[in-house]
Design a protein around this ligand. Structure first.
Ligand code: ACO
Length: 323
């Protein structure tokens, strides 16, 4: 018997306000045609004034609990992947714990920027396999609109706000085609920190700062590193790319998504793409895409799903799971 983490529920929350590409043309030298052709993004959601990362995370968590048919106190742990917390502390995860009315267990945040959800999922799986927890809520939640430089057309048109959540539960399985998390693969290279960073922070400037990105450099690393981590996790599991039912990639740029799918030899019909409607929601993008595809019936129990992401750090990785 092998102890594994299976997905029991998923949920998401997007802020109500939808911002179409054309809105940026009013204040910036940009166009819907440029944004769509370079990134695939057509619109994104921005949080309302006073609407914080924890509000989005809490709503996604409630939706995931409802989907799983679980109560807050069924959970042993809450992990929130975010780079845009409400406060320096307490953690968003403990705010979600309190908001759910959860009176037991533990909660903490993880920060690996756009790769945050993949890192959180791998850590939740390790907690479950190690016996520290039986049920873990894993959330990706961001309000990147709060760290945009609205005069920088090369970044501010690319990002959006939102949250997605999965609930993992321990099972003991002797199955030859087991469900749940099958393999994980994590990497980082701090030498590349400068190509995608925020120019402020608690200990340096005592400000939140703004996102800065050398887009071309990030793009170059993304295509190469995402294909490598995806290939590694498939090789570890003895799974051929053509056996995958779904690739659910980080939603940063449609050209990166199609490039990675092509390297894996996967047709786009087997790739979940939400970047056109959500923009890049950093750590929230994968759980948002998973939850959307679960809700609309694309993801079915037993489907073999590969997720992969790269972001600031640089940090990147992938998770292979059977839904
Ligand atoms: N509208 C119009 N023109 C623009 C805009 C805009 N919004 N932004 C930039 N341009 C201009 C540039 O100024 C440049 O003009 P120039 O040639 O006169 O200097 C021209 O368009 C081309 O700019 P490039 O940067 O070369 O455009 P590129 O084709 O590389 O696309 C993009 C830029 C979309 C940012 C791309 O590089 C990219 O997607 N990079 C990866 C981003 C990413 O994946 N990030 C993921 C991680 S995010 C995270 O972890 C937080």
């Amino acid at each position: 018997m092998t102890r594994r983490s299976v997905v029991r529920g998923a949920g998401h929350r997007l802020p109500e306000r939808v911002v179409e590409n054309a809105e940026f043309s009013a204040t910036l030298d940009t166009s819907d045609a440029w944004i769509t052709s370079r990134s695939g993004i057509e619109r994104r959601h921005f949080a309302a004034e006073g609407e914080c990362t924890s509000d989005l995370a809490l709503a996604a968590a409630r939706a995931a609990l409802a989907d799983a048919g679980m109560a807050p106190d069924d959970l042993d742990a809450v992990i929130v992947a975010t780079s845009t917390p409400d406060f320096t502390f307490p953690a968003v995860a403990t705010m979600v714990q309190a908001g759910l009315g959860m009176t037991r267990g533990f909660a903490f945040d993880m920060q690996a920027v756009c790769a945050g959800f993949v890192f959180a999922l791998a850590n939740a799986d390790a907690l479950i396999r190690g016996g520290a927890a039986d049920r873990v809520m894993v959330i990706g939640a961001e309000t990147f609109s709060r760290i945009m430089d609205w005069t920088d057309r090369s970044t501010c048109v690319l990002f959006g706000d939102g949250a997605g959540a999965l609930i993992l539960e321990a099972i003991d399985s002797a199955d030859r085609a087991p469900r749940g998390v099958l393999a994980t693969d994590l990497h980082s290279d701090g030498r590349q920190g400068g190509i995608l960073h925020v120019d402020g922070g608690v200990s340096s400037t005592q400000t939140a700062g703004h996102l800065r990105m050398q887009g071309k450099e990030v793009f170059r690393h993304a295509v190469e590193k995402l294909a490598a981590t995806a290939t590694a996790v498939l090789r570890t599991s003895g799974v051929a790319p053509e056996e995958l039912d779904w690739l659910v990639p980080h939603q940063a740029n449609l050209r990166i998504i199609t490039g990675t799918a092509a390297k894996l030899g996967l047709p786009m019909e087997r790739v979940v793409v939400t970047v056109q409607d959500h923009g890049n929601t950093s750590a929230a993008s994968i759980p948002l895409a998973l939850s959307v595809a679960h809700a609309d019936g694309r993801l079915k129990p037993g489907d073999l799903v590969l997720t992969e992401a790269i972001g600031g750090g640089l940090a990147w990785g992938s998770v292979l799971l059977r839904w």
